[in-house]
Write a protein that binds this ligand. Structure first.
Ligand code: ZN
Length: 149
């Protein structure tokens, strides 16, 4: 199935992020006609930028390519539940569908915490599909943090 392979690509970005010493999270932006237009992993440490989350970097790249601040009809695949910052950006970008893997009880902002998309100030709410490739995404995060202890 297609959504499976897009999540596999996001997981590959997460693995690459772990190799760079970044928290292993990866994201992929898919165009309305089903092409991967951008993919990224976390680069907060490398760029010295607290906003350099995988989702932000992938959406920024996709926006630059189409020359727009919005990505209507585009889908975002991310290995971990987006944080409140990324969830807000996803709403601003008018992403059509959000597919994510592992739940993030610590920093997630979609199904827990501030639940950005359930907030009345959220002007655009994507369709949300969670738990896709969750086991793999969780294992990556667990290994990463276990190795740093
Ligand atoms: Zn984030």
């Amino acid at each position: 199935m297609e959504f499976r392979s897009f999540m596999q690509q996001a997981l590959a970005e997460a693995r690459a992020a772990a190799k760079r010493g970044e928290v292993p999270v990866g994201a992929v932006v898919v165009s309305p006609d089903g092409r991967v237009v951008a993919s990224a992993g976390n680069r907060t440490r490398e760029l010295g930028d607290p906003t350099a989350h995988a989702e932000i970097l992938a959406m920024r790249d996709a926006c630059a390519q189409i020359g727009s601040e919005r990505l209507p009809g585009y889908d975002l695949y991310v290995t971990l539940e987006p944080c409140p910052m990324c969830a807000s950006a996803i709403s601003q970008a008018r992403i059509a569908r959000l597919y994510y893997g592992a739940a993030d009880p610590k920093s997630g902002g979609v199904a827990q915490g501030p639940r950005i998309f359930a907030h009345p100030q959220s002007h655009h709410v994507p369709e949300i599909y969670d738990g896709i490739g969750a086991a793999e995404a969780e294992a990556l995060l667990k290994d990463f943090f276990a190795a740093r202890r």
